[in-house]
Design a protein around this ligand. Sequence first.
Ligand code: SF4
Length: 377
Amino acid sequence: MTDPVVTRIAEKISAGERLSGADALALYESHDLIEIGKLADRVNRAKNGDVVTFASNQHINPTNVCTLRKTCTFCGYARLPKEEGAYRYTLEQTLAEAANAADGLTREFHIVGGLDMKAGLAYYQEMFRALKSNFPHVHIKALTAVEIAHIARIEKMSWRDVLIALREAGLDTMPGGGAETFSAAVREQIAGKKLAGADYIGVHRAAHELGIRTNCTMLYGHVETRADRVEHLMMLRDLQDETGGFLAYIPLAYHPDGNVLGKELGREGTATTGVDDLKMLAVGRLFLDNFQHIKSHWIMVSTALSQLSLHFGVNDLEGTVVREKIYHAVGAHTPQGMTLEGLLKLIRGAGKTPAERDSFYNVLRQFEARAPETVGA
Ligand code: SF4
């Protein structure tokens, strides 16, 4: 029998009413995953039809040196400057890693890294200019709000002035990482010195006011409560009401391996559950009624679950990536990249129509949906 809570919320959505925080909490508490998924699917189909998009993108992580190495206890990627495994790319190394884009197929660089005292404004300006000069067809989506605030602090500039300078050098949009969970109590426990949630919102607001579109995320499955998740979603929805600058919401599953927090919690080897992963996406779709795009990050939740999520309100999949490092440092067992054929297979296998998009979600090429009689291809 359908959970009456979900029935009530479905009626609210049908009547065009916005969900309250209490509704979101009730959905997180409900065990009626299938009905929640059906509802999220209905809402998604009304917005995006059967089309599922992806980008031909490449992740580049130019430095893992980070001043917060000791305080972001969920992170397994960062290193102190002299620690084994620490690296900071030279410009030549960045260009060498980006060389894959010479094939003309890559359309977006996704560039994020640590809060490195030696990677200030000039470091990224030089990088972006060189990337634009060598790969003019490739969009630069770079630097989380946390990295922007770090550059602002070490250069003694405002967030806005940093954004203006980076845009002039080639920055096109910003990714949504660094949000973690906004709750101050959660941040205190897992990322004590990280940019506060309100300041994450502040940097994104500054970007939106300059016309720089951004994504947003939530790291879940660590120590946060359901109420923390709702508070987080509320802050994202409020900013979207104000600016309309978010392109997509991407829930990110916490991985407990290779980081201090996983050991502290005794959770090594136990990643988030499939039910929670799907619910995070579906509730995001239902609560964030002012977002067009909800994206599943297959690197974090597996390709199989990302495919399933296409029936739980998701209309966008992480793209080709090429060589992912950050989540593989904390135990992700997924591939570090995906071929175009692999993405098409996932999307078609879910009965959806694949489409390659640009970084602003304009469809560049739509592929044929799979013939109904075709199995396993
Ligand atoms: S999560 Fe980001 S800011 Fe925190 S230690 Fe890791 S790289 Fe640094």
